[in-house]
Every structure is written in C-alpha cells, then in structure tokens.
Write a protein that binds this ligand. Sequence first.
Ligand SMILES: NC(=O)c1ccc[n+]([C@@H]2O[C@H](COP(=O)([O-])OP(=O)(O)OC[C@H]3O[C@@H](n4cnc5c(N)ncnc54)[C@H](O)[C@@H]3O)[C@@H](O)[C@H]2O)c1
Length: 333
Amino acid sequence: MSRVLVTGSAGFIGFHIARRLLSNKHNVIGIDNFNSYYAPILKRTRTDILHTFRDFISVELDLSDQDSVEKCFRDYQPEIVCHLAAQAGVRYSLRNPYAYEKSNVAGFLNIIEQARQLEGTRFVYASSSSVYGGNTKMPYSESDPVNTPISLYAATKRANEMIAYTYHHLYGLQTVGLRFFTVYGEWGRPDMAYWSFVENMLHGETIRVFNHGRNSRDFTFVDDIVSGMEKALFSPSLDGYEIINLGNNQPVQLMEFIAVLEDLTGVLARKEMIPAQPGDVVSTYADISRAQEKLGFHPRIGIHEGLARFVRWFEKEESLTRAVRAFRKRAES
Ligand SMILES: NC(=O)c1ccc[n+]([C@@H]2O[C@H](COP(=O)([O-])OP(=O)(O)OC[C@H]3O[C@@H](n4cnc5c(N)ncnc54)[C@H](O)[C@@H]3O)[C@@H](O)[C@H]2O)c1
C-alpha cells in the first residue's frame, strides 16, 4: 500500500479520490487551505468524512507558502503525489486573476519542486478541458494544438502542463496530467451549473442559462473520474510525460441537461436566457481513446443516472446544502 499526498483533499474531486484510496487501504495525507471560494462548511464536512478512516492525515496549509509545503513533504515523506488543489472556475478568473497566479502557478511550482526531490515518485495532477480554448475540431484530442486558452484559468492549467514537461525533461520526474471534462456528482461544487440549477429549481428561483442554452458539455461523473485517476496513480505502464483526457465522450446540450433535471426534481425550470460569458467555450467533447488505451478507462455513468444520484444526495443533505446556500447569499450581498 502507498503513502499518497492528495492536495485539495477538502475539495470535490480531492475528497472522492482520497476516500477511494483510503477504502483501498492506502495512507493519505490531505492538504487543503479550506478557502472561502465556496462554503468552507462543505469542505470541512468532506474532511470529517475522511477522518473516519484511520489512515488519513489532514494538513491545513496554503500551497503558495513554500516553507509549509517543504515542511509537509519532510514530515510525511509521500511516495506518490496527486495534485488537485487549484483555484477553479472560469468566470471567477475574470475578476480575481491573482488568486490563479497564487494557487495555480506559485502553488503548482511549490508542489512539483518538492515532488521532483522524492526518489522515483509519480506526479499526477489536474489539468482541464479548458486548455482546448476556442478549438472547434471535435472531439478534443490530446494531439490537438492547445496554444489559445481563452481564460486565465485555462492559461494557468496549460502552464501547469508545460512546467510538468520541463520537470520531466530536467529531472526525469514522471508526470501525468489529466484533462478533466466537467466533473459532477455527490459532494459536488456549488459554483457549478448542475448545483445552482438544482438548488434554484428546488427553491422556486430562476436559473440563468448562458449562451441562450447553446452550450454543450461532456459531463463526466466523479466516480468515473476517480477510477481513471486511480489507474493514473498506479498503472505500471505509463510513460514519463503523459497528458490524458478524462471525459465521458457523450456531450450533452444544456437544454437537454435542464430537461433531465426537470424530470428528476419534478420542477419546471424558470429560465433566464442570457448571452455567452467571456472566457466560456461553447462545447466540450473528449476523445478518450488515449485514456482507454493507457488507463483502461471506460466511463460507466450516463447523465440520467449521474444527475439522479446528485439530486438524491442534494435532497438527503438538506441542512448542509441550505448552509452552503446561505453562505453564498451572504457573500453576494
Ligand atoms: N470539477 C471540474 O469539473 C473540473 C474540471 C477540470 C479541471 N478541474 C480541476 O480539478 C481540480 C479539483 O477541482 P474540484 O472540482 O475538486 O475543485 P474544488 O474547488 O472543489 O477543490 C479544490 C480544493 O483546493 C483547495 N485549494 C485551492 N487553492 C489552494 C491553495 N493555495 N492551497 C491549498 N489548498 C488550496 C480548495 O480549498 C479546494 O478545497 C482542480 O485543479 C480543478 O482545476 C476540475
């Protein structure tokens, strides 16, 4: 069993991979700064669940603090690094550019710099479908050019891939960059459309439909992402520098997505149709042949089942989701 450092362990995907690793008897050291980009109570609750496993250690620190990161590596000597902490969100990056510089550039450098000093480690990190920018060739393939990111968030994710290449080239560090495509599921992210749509529909509020509903996304259920990540962490047959799409390979039109939610919640959505936002891409669609070949990746959960699971979870965790909503309302006022 391995000692795995998971950064962003209080976040949505970090929580899920940490829980899977702990269930499979690995030791997990989880790093997070519990920032208030969205309700910290959700991050604390996820972390409380991870603490029910004996082999989980939580370290609260900010990745941009070089000394703290160095100390954490010295204290816990991880064998594998799974780097998920980042400032996420495309729209937020328009108004808060320096948050991305701090977490996604300085923070990334601090982690990879420590990782390369570990003997024979593997460095698996989150990239994003957003690196494909305004590309129109579909589906997006890892061999497509990715030189035109259209948001600062995307630019920092592409920068991560390039830094990883340099560290592989200079130090022989084995790096695996996973380009996630719109991940959703239980314990998800309140800033993403699937959460705010369900929340607003259940509270009888209007949902805001960007680009007049013309966008489509390759929604990927979190359990499928976690299965792909597990392979990326442990599969023996990977090359020294890897970039791999993890998507569902089944893009869904936003209006169809809303129709599924209406069906599941029994609520007819009140829609406000609004123009596209700067930085947003119109469509995402993953070519997953590389993930299939290298990771044996086969997404299993379609949009109906995935959203049904999310809606069930949302209703079951009513007091938590109400607290998350109250936090956001306070932040907006
Ligand atoms: N969810 C998606 O659809 C999606 C799609 C593409 C890429 N990604 C990437 O996957 C990763 C995980 O995303 P997520 O959806 O779980 O997001 P999330 O916001 O839920 O999780 C990120 C976690 O990192 C922590 N964090 C941020 N900056 C930090 C810092 N400086 N120091 C310590 N901790 C810090 C946050 O507190 C948070 O708990 C991110 O790198 C994100 O960019 C996610």
